[in-house]
Design a protein. Structure first.
Length: 574
DNA sequence: GCCGTTTTCGGCCCGACTGTTTTCAGTCG
């Protein structure tokens, strides 16, 4: 699977061309192509073998030739040549806030600066102020930018940024001159990590809102403060941008700042072709200069003849083509979820009793909840051996007789051992309603071994779900080496479901993989892997990932009622 | 570089903020 590698190369070509001062539209063409390939719902090599590279939106003759060369020989000559023409560290200079391609190029030409370290030294030695257009202020800003870059190289996970952003929004909403306020940007689109937080507000007195905003508790630095726009950095390192507009401009501004950039560009091109101009202030007819009324985001789309595109789909612009052709999916919502099929109780490493978990599920309006405690090899988690599991089945039977309004399903999260076998016998698994199989050990196998290990588990006639299929922990542990194409193919063949683990540390499967799985007819299940009653609330994160994967409720196992679900589970079909 | 029920050539989104160059380019989203 070379999609991501190719996307990375094309994006780098875009950056290198930009550093060389190439035609900006050529730069954009490479970036668009990179994005298209990154989000492509199948293996680029398969498309190539069919001779259909040119049918990918954004790939024309020139790019097709370069990709063909790269896939046939492993080398892209054009890329190699570009890399030779510029020092390798130059590209990272543009990661410093305030340093773009033009400045990076001049710093290289005039001061011989080739990387971050040299830029930092030049600032400290006050050599930048001798470059035309730069002064002492620029040196300070660049130094601060380098420091931030070094301290916080990673993006912030959704699960960390969202609560912070919600808190800020609540605080702004209470400010008297604020009329409306909402989260925008990549956070609203539900991306798994975000570089910053964007907030849009409406007010008749923007200056007062700016004053209030830059005094937010926990502000470490004010990066910019204009009449209607300000940027701050919180002590935790998270940057927050606020934009304030008039209340009648709020919907247009919300759409604009939700992005993505590529989505906005594509939508505005479409608008332009219809004689309209879309900006964050609204929509105007170019010939008359007359503004159109925009009360909601749906009005923005309606102006160019499109149905409203949900924020989670606004990524590379291909969603606009889908909308034009009536191919937008009816996305799953949290309300469609009928139960959670992967939770832990105090019987293994969970915090709460089975009854407490069941009542918490009932409170959330669920029809069922599966108790899937660990299996014996996970001794640190007090995994259940067959006899304790036996006791648990009796306990669940008792609770089911006693509790109304919620059905407790029996289950377990069984370990997939190094050789692909499971650490509970088939006779036991056969008696459970739901079997989740997961990898928790020997995570450093090579790709072939790890893939076959998981494939073996999927071929077990009792395994319904593969839990957190790539094992990643955001920001802490890389996914294990696994051939996702093959996992998806075998899942389709065996009727095994793949999990979107909703824990914000995991979000595993991720959006792109879940989208591939759906397109191959694999059923997805969204589970929280909750270890406490509160953990059940993380379902919302999983639903966000599913929406980004274009899933509807028909694609998701736990949107089924219990009778439907039973009929879909492997043992239930017998 | 790509793309085409206005176009196979000539387009390719739109505006705020910063620093500093007295009039705007570069950067950012």
């Amino acid at each position: 699977m070379k999609n991501l590698e190719l996307a990375w190369i094309l994006a780098e070509i875009g950056d290198l061309l930009e550093l060389q001062g190439e035609n900006p539209f050529k730069v954009r063409a490479y970036r668009r192509a990179a994005r298209a390939i990154e989000l492509l719902p199948e293996d680029i090599e398969a498309v190539w073998r069919r001779g259909e590279l040119g049918r990918i939106e954004g790939i024309g003759k020139a790019l097709e030739e370069k990709i063909d060369e790269w896939l046939s020989t492993g080398v892209m000559t054009y890329y190699e040549e570009l890399r030779r023409q510029l020092p390798p560290g130059l590209r990272e200079l543009t990661r410093v806030p305030g340093v773009g391609p033009k400045l990076a190029q001049r710093l290289y030409q005039e001061l011989g600066i080739r990387n971050l370290d040299e830029l930092e030294a030049a600032c400290r030695e006050q050599r930048l102020r001798h470059v035309k257009g730069l002064g002492a202020r620029s040196e300070e800003n660049i130094l601060r930018g380098i420091e931030r870059l070094r301290r916080q190289m990673e993006r912030f996970p959704l699960g960390l940024a969202l609560p912070v952003a919600q808190q800020l929004v609540r605080a702004l909403a209470e400010f008297p001159s604020v009329q409306r306020v909402a989260i925008a940007g990549s956070l609203r689109r539900g991306r798994e990590t975000v570089g910053d937080v964007d907030i849009v507000a409406s007010s008749a007195d923007p200056a007062s809102v700016m004053d209030e905003f830059v005094r937010t508790p926990g502000v470490e630095q004010v990066l910019a403060r204009g009449d209607t726009k300000a940027s701050i950095v919180l002590k935790m390192g998270l940057q927050v941008d606020l934009r304030v507009v008039r209340d009648d401009q709020f919907a247009a501004a919300l759409h604009h700042f939700t992005g993505s950039k590529e989505h906005n560009v594509a939508l505005r091109e479409l608008a332009q072709a219809k004689g309209l101009k879309i900006s964050e202030y609204g929509i105007v007819r170019v010939d008359e200069g007359e503004p159109l009324a925009v009360a909601t985001e749906a009005d923005v789309f309606a102006a160019v003849g499109l149905p409203c595109i949900p924020p989670e789909l606004r990524e590379d612009g291909s969603e606009i083509a889908a909308a034009r052709e009536g191919r937008l999916p009816a996305l799953i919502t949290l309300g469609d979820i009928k139960g959670d099929l992967h939770v832990h109780s105090e019987w293994s490493d969970g915090l709460h009793s089975i009854e407490a978990m069941a009542l918490a599920a009932r409170e959330r309006g669920y029809e069922y909840i599966a108790i899937t405690d660990h299996s014996p090899s996970l001794s640190v988690a007090r995994g259940l051996d067959p006899s304790r599991l036996e006791e648990q089945l009796e306990e669940i039977a008792r609770l089911n007789r006693r509790l109304d309004g919620i059905r407790i399903l029996t289950g377990c999260e069984v370990d997939i051992l190094r050789d692909g076998s499971l650490d509970l016998p088939d006779e036991i698994l056969a008696r459970l309603d739901v079997v989740v199989a997961s990898v928790h050990s020997a995570m450093n196998l090579d790709e072939a071994e790890m893939t076959e290990r998981i494939v073996a588990a999927m071929r077990n006639p009792h395994v319904d779900i593969i839990g957190h299929p790539t094992g990643r922990i955001l920001g802490r542990r890389e996914p294990y080496a696994v051939d996702m194409e093959r996992i998806i193919a075998v899942a389709a063949e065996t009727g095994t479901c793949l999990e979107i683990n909703a824990s914000p540390d995991r979000l595993d499967l991720k959006d792109v993989h879940a989208r591939w799985a759906r397109e191959r007819g694999v059923m997805i299940v969204i589970n929280t892997d909750a270890h406490s009653t509160d953990g059940l609330d993380q379902m919302a994160y999983g639903v966000t990932v599913a929406r980004r994967a274009w899933l509807g409720k028909a694609d998701v196992l736990n949107c089924l009622s219990w009778p439907e679900l039973k009929a879909r589970l492997k043992d239930g079909r017998r």
